[in-house]
Design a protein around this ligand. Structure first.
Ligand SMILES: C[S@@+](CC[C@H](N)C(=O)[O-])C[C@H]1O[C@@H](n2cnc3c(N)ncnc32)[C@H](O)[C@@H]1O
Length: 175
């Protein structure tokens, strides 16, 4: 796997697929409110936060709305980045949404205090590279929270919430 690969498994989320996803997930604001709580439990005011693969940007925008954080979002889909920039402008918040690959991030080492990535890690074609990049861009003492869909919970809860999540956390130790 090289960093020049397309970056995701299967079909990319761009164009109409991205627009459909933005509309669909926009109907579940509770999911993003819960994620804001998860982030707030883990990182304090003043933190610089990177959301990897924010899609339409709802979580990044909700985090920026708290007024406590500086937020950057990095997504491989140009359509999603356009949608997220528009939604941030509509919400009147500043989020730096950029196009880029989770496994080849356009950031200096030790740029962020916290990294969050939701419902996306399973899509990465180079998950190990993405983890290495999250570690690289975190400041010493920084942390990452990765939430993703958990297959058994989807099978076990017919008709249940499709957003049952499992979380993994990383800590960047002091050097
Ligand atoms: C299912 S969406 C999740 C979006 C959002 N995090 C959410 O919770 O709704 C998966 C996202 O991963 C992004 N993605 C996939 N591979 C990527 C990569 N290598 N680097 C950055 N983003 C990627 C897609 O463009 C899409 O925005």
């Amino acid at each position: 796997m090289t960093k020049t690969d397309k970056g995701y498994k299967g079909v990319g989320m761009k164009g109409p697929i991205a627009r459909w996803y933005a509309t669909s997930t926009g109907r579940s604001p509770d999911r993003f409110a819960e994620q804001v709580v998860q982030v707030r439990e883990r990182t304090g005011p003043g933190s610089e936060i990177l959301e990897v693969a924010p899609g339409p940007g709802y979580l990044s925008i909700a985090l920026a709305r708290t007024g406590d954080y500086t937020v950057t979002g990095l997504d491989i889909s140009e359509t999603f980045v356009e949608i997220a920039r528009t939604k941030a402008a509509e919400a009147g918040v500043e989020v730096d949404f950029l196009v880029g690959n989770a496994s080849a991030m356009p950031f200096e080492d030790e740029s962020f205090d916290f990294v969050v990535c939701c419902a996306a890690f399973k899509n990465f074609s180079d998950p190990v590279g993405a983890l290495q990049e999250m570690h690289r861009v975190l400041r010493p003492g920084g942390r990452a929270l990765i939430n993703d869909l958990r297959r058994p919970s989807l099978a076990a809860v017919p008709g249940g919430r499709p957003a049952e999540m499992t979380a993994a956390e990383l800590s960047r130790t002091e050097r």
